[in-house]
Design a protein around this ligand. Structure first.
Ligand code: FES
Length: 164
């Protein structure tokens, strides 16, 4: 299994040969696009634009179709993330417990939109649609670790911990 690489904002995007090596094992699958995208994100931390042409050629799809899939699935990144990733649940149970307003306050405080990264590269804030922690809503996740009953104060602590 590949290890997720750190944020690559200052690295050269992977070249086509490397991209093709990542997607090749999935060519024989039925419905290979999502496994390919997951593999690319796992390899690089995001789906680099340099992968678009090889993906479209391999699957005989248009760039518009590919971008539609990338924008439909919120888990796929199209640019490198910050050093840490904070996900805030935006699904119903968390919404009912104030997650929307809490997220709005957080984003405003950081001066970010969803999927944005702080200027120092410390954290990227992303939406997620249910973390399976509905009974402890509102829920969040930091670098894969879930946090229940999160509020402004807890988020402030998280931001301090990740250096945002
Ligand atoms: S709705 Fe937020 S964890 Fe399920």
């Amino acid at each position: 299994m590949r290890t997720r690489m750190p944020a690559q904002s200052d690295l050269t995007p992977p070249d086509v040969t490397d991209i093709e090596a990542v997607i090749r094992p999935f060519l024989a699958l039925e419905g290979p696009l999502l496994p390919m995208l997951h593999a690319l994100q796992e390899a690089y931390g995001y789906v680099p634009e340099s992968a678009y042409a090889p993906l479209c050629a391999a699957l005989n799809i248009t760039r518009a179709e590919l971008k539609g899939v990338l924008s439909f699935y919120h888990d796929f990144r199209t640019r490198p993330s910050g050093k840490h990733v904070l996900k805030i649940c935006r699904a119903e149970a968390c919404q009912a417990m104030g997650a929307t307003a809490m997220a709005d306050r957080l984003l405003k405080k950081l001066g970010l939109e969803w999927h944005g990264t702080t200027a120092n590269g410390a954290v990227t804030v992303e939406p997620v649609y249910c973390l399976g922690l509905c009974a402890c809503a509102p829920a969040a996740m930091v670098d894969g670790k879930v946090i229940g009953r999160v509020g402004d104060a807890r988020l402030d602590t998280v931001l301090a911990e990740v250096g945002a």
